[in-house]
Design a protein around this ligand. Structure first.
Ligand code: AMP
Ligand code: GLY
Length: 437
């Protein structure tokens, strides 16, 4: 399993529960993942041992050599960068099964313009757009859009490449910034889009390029501050399911967005295999695609793994081998799961590293699961912060409110002076539920 965040800790935790997981290796991993593997090793005493290893993921040959040396049956890639970089192709080329798309298919996340053109070809509902390869083209295109307008750097920009200017001056300045290199190579091309009104929701699907299964919905909170204010982050919390995506809307999104995407990718000779994470806008005209990601969401994965009742190895392995049609459908519990991100002071701009973290076991004693995101172990065994998002305090319950109360009761136990979290994760859905009751 490749990656080092809370998403990967949740994946490792779930993988280790499978009877088919005999040995688990992670790279680079984190202290939470190391604990999962140590416990797994202890249970399977006498057999081959796994662990966390610091592979350089951009060195595809070294990763393949490690997998062959340790006879690894399945590689699961957590983050997008190695997928967009073609690690999946390199490993498959070396005869190793991989959960995650190859480089061509990962363009669904790696190039916003690629995805928009695919939507046009396949008739997939999405915001109207223009691709621009120069500042002059972009300035000319802006004239055709109402305000606010959405301006996106084409390439990967760590979730920061989207600007929504409210005025023509701001829009012009954004175009100049992007072509001036504000997002590096990611902004060498931009996509200008119509602003969509509605509520956002995430839908996950697993596909091997032909068979497709829905894998649940979630909503996250991207802004750093309570009430969804302040700068964008990777996500400050999430919950699943997202009742706003009703069964009817989910079926519509699967039929009008996900299925035509998988078909169009196969027809284009770049079949998509892995998890397809669709960011949707629920507009007055129905669900429209905002963007695709070629991996699980972080922290959305944490809540999905809490709800997953069936075997994760069975699912990901069948997907990687193109045998999804023959695999049992994944089962997600009807319970709600919520995760609250504990971030280091200064996140997202300049998080403070090194703060000591204690009382994780006390938090878990409250009935929560604490996934590690950016943590490190000191030589004396102390746990410290290393990164912006540090912990994901995660809980389930029969209702979102019960899950939320459990997660916050656990959070109250955590000792981390340099940390902060939002106290209102789930507010939109909880307000809706209060209004109904
Ligand atoms: P993305 O990285 O494409 O998900 O965009 C980041 C955020 O910008 C999304 O989560 C939305 O909140 C917002 N956004 C992107 N595209 C649009 C759009 N066409 N209309 C309204 N909001 C958008
Ligand atoms: N939480 C949003 C993402 O993983 O892209």
């Amino acid at each position: 399993m490749l990656g080092s965040g809370g998403r990967e800790h949740a994946l490792a935790w779930k993988l280790a529960q499978s009877p088919r997981c005999t040995t688990l290796w992670a790279s680079p991993g984190n202290p939470g993942i190391a604990d999962v593997i140590a416990a797994h090793n202890a249970r399977s005493a006498g057999t081959v041992r796994g662990g966390c290893v610091p592979l350089v993921l951009t060195d595809h040959g070294a990763v393949a050599a490690f997998c062959n040396e340790h006879r690894i049956d399945l590689v699961i890639v957590g983050p997008e960068a190695p997928l967009v970089d073609g690690l999946g192709d390199s490993l498959r080329g070396a005869g190793i099964a991989v959960f995650g798309p190859g480089q061509a298919a990962a363009q669904l996340e790696g190039s916003k313009g690629f995805t928009k053109d695919l939507c046009t070809r396949a008739g997939i509902p999405t915001a109207g757009y223009v691709r621009a390869k120069s500042a002059a083209e972009a300035h000319a295109a802006l004239a055709g859009f109402a305000l606010p307008v959405v301006i996106k750097a084409d390439g990967l920009a760590a979730g920061k490449g989207v600007v929504i200017p409210q005025t023509a001056e701001e829009a012009a300045a954004t175009v100049d910034d992007m072509f001036g290199g504000a997002f590096g190579g990611a902004g060498a091309e931009v996509v200008i889009e119509e602003f969509l009104e509605g509520e956002e929701v995430s839908l996950f699907a697993i596909t091997d390029g032909s068979a497709i299964v829905a894998f649940g919905s979630a909503q996250d909170h991207k802004r750093v501050g309570e009430g969804d204010t302040g700068p964008n982050t990777g996500g400050m919390g999430a919950y699943s399911p997202a009742p706003v995506l009703t069964a009817e809307l989910e079926a519509r999104a699967m039929a009008e967005i996900i299925a035509p995407t998988v078909k169009a990718m196969a027809e284009a000779g770049m079949p998509y295999s892995g998890v397809l994470f669709a960011g949707l806008m629920l507009t007055a005209d129905g669900p429209k695609l905002i963007e695709y990601n070629c991996r699980f969401g972080d922290p959305e994965c944490q809540v999905l793994m809490m709800r997953l009742e069936s075997d994760l190895v069975d699912l990901l392995d069948a997907c990687a081998r193109g045998q999804l049609a023959d695999a049992p459908a994944p089962m997600l519990s009807a319970e709600s799961a919520i995760t609250v991100v504990v971030a280091a002071e200064g996140y997202p701009a300049a998080p403070v590293s090194g703060g000591r973290i204690a009382h994780v076991p006390e938090a878990e004693a409250q009935g929560a699961k604490v996934f590690h995101a950016g943590t490190a172990s000191e030589a004396d065994g102390a746990l410290v912060a290393k990164g912006g998002r540090v912990l994901n305090v995660t809980a389930t319950g029969g209702t979102l409110r019960v899950a939320r109360d459990r997660a916050y009761a656990a959070l109250a136990e955590i000792r981390f002076e340099d940390g902060f979290w939002r106290g209102d994760i789930g507010w939109r859905e909880l307000a809706r539920q209060s209004a109904l009751s």
